[in-house]
Design a protein around this ligand. Structure first.
Ligand SMILES: Cc1cc2nc3c(=O)[nH]c(=O)nc-3n(C[C@H](O)[C@H](O)[C@H](O)COP(=O)(O)OP(=O)(O)OC[C@H]3O[C@@H](n4cnc5c(N)ncnc54)[C@H](O)[C@@H]3O)c2cc1C
Length: 431
């Protein structure tokens, strides 16, 4: 059986503050639909929603619970652009293609705006995001990003802040400055995911939980997807299994899992802070990431907890490690109690570019969001739906990205992560 299959939600702050209870049955008998989606995270639900809006019949098969995967456990930061800067994309793919990708990354944020408004999703969606630099060399990287976004694409929503300007909004001595983007933002990821699921259900999408797909067979122009109890026959399939793809049967990934490196990330949540303390940390509602390779990311929740995340693969007591990381940024939180700590796999690719493609003309996949999945999953769902409905132009643009594979199976991947994490830590020290 697959590792994640039939699991219940992890105990996280998000789970305890969910505002919808959507328990769906498992797939008990054979069914058919125009489209079958595997995975009920942001990506799968986004595709299901777009397709249902266009009148397609859709079945979603989720191996555990809606939002069980990374979507319901993430940092919730919806950031435009991609992990690599614009210049990297321009040098690899030229101006025209980069422009299309950049515009779609902005649309990814608009999609959240639209869906929150259209379906009344209560998920504390808030604009404002800053990337912060720990030293002057890394501040130069931020200066270059601001310049290329403005000069190449006329993007005017970013502001460079020196230390003094930054400290008007952030109570930390750690950084030399930052880049504020008024368009990116953050949300309660599980409530957003549940809100998307509810919108899908209202449009007639059938969602089955605790229904892991164990096999997929292509028969003519149809696909047959088998769970442990029954099967679904569909004309099109959307694979939205994210970092869990490596644990899925071969008939579902057919080698595509070789391109995904699941890197564990951790988040802690403090107890709710009094308003004065919360304001002394962040007073403008923004979310924050530093620009290390192994980065810290944080924000305040709606009830004034500090949600603090870091990428790491240590087996040590992670809550203590994370608390130590948090106190380096905010030593004033020495007395704050930590109420929650949880982890999940981030779906990285080796070159940090998203990995979208097709296993067959009617079987689409999208993963490898490399830290930008909160926003990009919405776009992935939309352009997969467009492709299924007959216009694959935008999906093809993403298919042109070249993602290197890691050969040698799981142990080589684990080795890559084990070597990679200390190596990145070393680079972060000396960059
Ligand atoms: C701790 C953490 C913090 C993060 N923070 C951020 C952030 O701040 N900003 C950001 O942009 N990104 C962040 N990410 C990444 C982001 O959460 C993901 O990129 C995004 O949620 C991916 O969504 P998805 O729908 O593709 O996958 P998921 O939400 O992972 O959903 C995949 C689903 O597929 C199901 N599944 C898998 N295989 C099968 C199968 N065979 N049959 C049936 N079901 C199956 C799984 O159970 C799972 O529910 C973070 C990730 C983690 C773990």
């Amino acid at each position: 059986m697959l590792k994640f299959a039939h699991q219940e939600h992890h105990k996280t702050y998000y789970y305890d503050s969910r505002n919808l209870e959507l328990i769906r049955p498992h797939l008990a008998q054979n069914a058919s639909a125009d489209v079958c989606v595997i995975g009920a995270g942001f990506g799968g639900l986004s595709a299901a929603l777009e397709l249902a809006e266009q009148g397609k019949s859709v079945i979603v098969l989720e191996g555990a619970r809606i939002g069980f995967g990374t979507s319901g456990r993430s940092g919730g930061q919806a950031i435009n652009g991609f992990e690599d800067g614009i210049d990297e994309y321009v040098s690899q793919f030229g101006f025209e293609m980069t422009k299309k990708l950049w515009e779609m990354s902005l649309e990814a944020i608009d999609i959240i705006d639209e869906r929150v408004a259209k379906y009344g999703i209560q998920c504390d969606w808030k604009k404002g995001y800053a990337t912060l630099a720990l030293n002057h060399r890394r501040m130069d990287d931020l200066i270059a990003i601001e310049q290329s976004s403005r000069e190449t694409f006329g993007y005017s929503k970013m502001q460079l802040w020196d230390k003094t300007q930054l400290q008007q909004h952030l109570g930390s001595e750690l950084y030399v400055g930052g880049l504020f983007d008024s368009n990116s933002g953050h949300l309660h990821p599980l409530n957003y995911c549940l809100g998307l699921a509810k919108a899908c259900l209202d449009l007639g999408v059938q969602i089955f939980e605790q229904s892991p797909v164990l096999d997929m067979q292509l028969q003519g122009d149809k696909a047959i997807l088998k769970t442990d109890k029954a099967s679904v026959s569909a004309q099109n399939v959307v694979i939205a299994t994210n970092a869990y793809i490596a644990d899925s049967p071969k008939s579902i990934h057919r080698g595509s899992a070789r391109k995904i490196l699941p890197v564990e990330s951790f988040i802690i949540a403090t107890e709710p802070l009094d308003q004065t303390t919360a304001d002394s940390l962040i007073n403008n509602g923004m979310s924050v990431c530093d620009n290390n390779l192994l980065l810290d990311y944080y924000r305040l929740s709606a009830d004034n907890r500090l949600l603090f995340g870091s990428d790491s693969s240590s087996n040590k007591d992670m809550i203590q490690v994370m608390r130590g990381n948090m106190l380096k940024v905010f030593p004033q939180l020495e007395q704050a109690k930590i109420d929650y700590g949880w982890a999940g796999p981030i779906d990285m690719t080796i070159n940090s570019q998203p990995y979208f493609g097709r296993l067959a003309p009617n079987v689409f996949f999208a993963y490898g969001y490399s830290g930008h999945g909160v926003a990009l999953t919405g776009l992935a769902g939309r352009i997969i739906a467009e492709a299924i409905l007959g216009n694959d132009e935008r999906f093809r643009t993403f298919e042109q990205l070249k993602i290197p594979a890691i050969y040698g199976g799981k142990w080589i991947k684990n080795l890559a992560i084990k070597i990679g994490i200390p190596y990145y830590r070393f680079l972060d020290k000396f960059r």
